[in-house]
Every structure is written in structure tokens, then in C-alpha cells.
Design a protein. Sequence first.
Length: 361
Amino acid sequence: MNPPELICEPEAITPAWLTQALGYVGYTGEVVGVKAAVIGTGQVGRNVRLSLDFKTDHNAPATLVAKLPAADPTSRQTGIDQQNYLREVRFYSELAPTVDIRTPRVLFTDIDESSHDFIILMEDLSPAQQGDQLAGCSSDAAHLALVELAKLHAPRWGDELLADHDWLTHRTEESAALGAALYQQLFPGFVDRYRGQLSDPHVAVAATLGENFAAWSALRKEPFAITHGDYRLDNMLFGANGEPYPLTVVDWQTAGYGPPVADAAYFLGAGLLPEDRKRFEKALMKDYYAALEEGGVEGYSWQRCWDDYRRFSFSGLVMAVIASMIVGQSDRGDEMFMAMASRHAQQAIDLGAVEFLRVHG
């Protein structure tokens, strides 16, 4: 059977299109009806749950999730400009099979590499519940997330062949300079928009980061691994009572090749409320470190791991400043970015991470 026509809007997902797409990947049955409902809180993409009716016996799932480009024009253009859509399609097709982290099973995907129109058709993990970045999570949930993160990092730890995947985000001197310029360009607007929601110490540490951004980027030293780049609660689906899976990680638009512990610092900085993060972060990082060792990582000391955690506590602050200013604005988006900015700024303060800027700035 021939592949179906590429579509990228929910209304284009017709019974006939689904019948052809499912048949193309080996499923049987004719789809005669489909209901679509938007789910999730994504800023740069749309997730739509599809409920299918079949005319005949079938072996295809009765529900699926389709991921599509964002509806908001600003967010959609950001996804195109940053190659987020291309990166996610490539991750699922090229790298997901080489790591052990639990990701959704993808049935069909297609992308136009000139327009970046795309669709990813994947398993529906309902009744799993999406994490809530605003509410934060328990230390038990954080432990689960960090042990799962090690299953992403350990299998390709120090694998230089990852550099051949030029679509992965990675730092170069040029990209570090561009990142510094973008941060400095957007920072005044960020402060102007959100000044009433940020404390003076948090604005000050964000400003200090901007002044030393290029030097901070230069702290990214090997060993590198595959990184998620946006490893936070909103991109995690937690299984009800551990079923069907305890944790599945979604949204691979920012997959990269870089310092693995940056993902852990990013997650803990905003995934836990500040007091819980201060109380549990060292024990949780030791859980992550133990999972790396169990996954076969050698020659990476606990002290190096902890120092990297402190260095990259700024990672979420970078995301909050830049992403908030280049995607479409929404009430929940503002709340999320403010939670990230304040929690990550406090994380950097609590960990004394500014010393890394001062030493290298």
C-alpha cells in the first residue's frame, strides 16, 4: 500500500486518511469514523486524541494521538525556525530505538523538510496523567523521572557518533555567541513584561547570566550524550497505579547532543517546589548517578556529576527568558515561564552557581 498524503491539520485527519496510514504500516480494518479532541498544554505543537470507529474487524488501536504543528502562527514559525518539528521526527525514527528511556510507540510519521509540515501518529497512553509544571511533583515522582532520564543518557554516553546527527542541537562557539546575543536581545523585553512577577534577586541573577552567557556556554565539556533539552513535568505521562507504564517521556523537539546532567538540573530546578528541591536534590541526584553507573557509565565521578548539576542550574532560566519571548503568549504559558524563571533563579542562588560565571566570565 502507498503511503498517505502528508497532512498537518486536525480537520484533515479523515477516516479515509487513517485507513490508508494504518494500512501502510501493516494494520487491518477500514476506519469509518473519527472524533478528534485536543489534549495537552504544548506551546510549539498540538496533540490531538483520535477515537476511531471501524467498519470491519481490525487489529489497529481504537484510539491514537496525532502530533501536529502549533495552531498559533508565532509558535508555529518558532517550531520551523528552530527546526523543532524536524528534530522530533528524526529523533523518533533514528535515535529512539537506540536508548532505553520509555517514549510513545510511533506508528506513522511524515514531514516535508522544506515547509516543515509534519504529522506523528503514536499510541494513546491514556489513562496516564500528564505532569503539572506549575504544581510540581513529589520526591517519589522526581526519583522516577531521574532514573528514567539515566536510561536516555547511559546508552549513548560519550558516543562520538552522535555528532554525525547534525539535526541534534549542540553547542559550538558560533551557536554560543548567537545564544548570548539572543538572550541579551530578549532579556529587556522579558523583564519589562514580567517585572511585577519577579523578585529583585531573581532579575539580578538572570542579568548576571546574560552578561556571562558565552563563557557559561563554554563550560559544556564532554562526555556528551543524547539530551532531551526540555525535560520537565509537562512532557511526562505518569501511569495510573504504574499502568500501562510508570512513566513515558514525550516532546522530543529539543533533543540534543551535549552535557547530560543539564537535563537533570533543568528537571529538578522547576519540577520540585523550591523547599522540596533544596531538601531532596542531593539524594535525588545520587539516585540519578547510581542509575548511570547501573547503565554502564564509567569514569564519571560523583563530584563531577554534582558540579555539573550546579553549573547547569541556569539551564531552565535560559529557557524561561528565551522561549517566553518567541512563542505565542497565553495565560498558562505566562504562569509556566514565571514558575520556571523564579524556581531556576532560586536554584542557582541556593547552589552558589554564580561562582561558575565569575570564575569564567
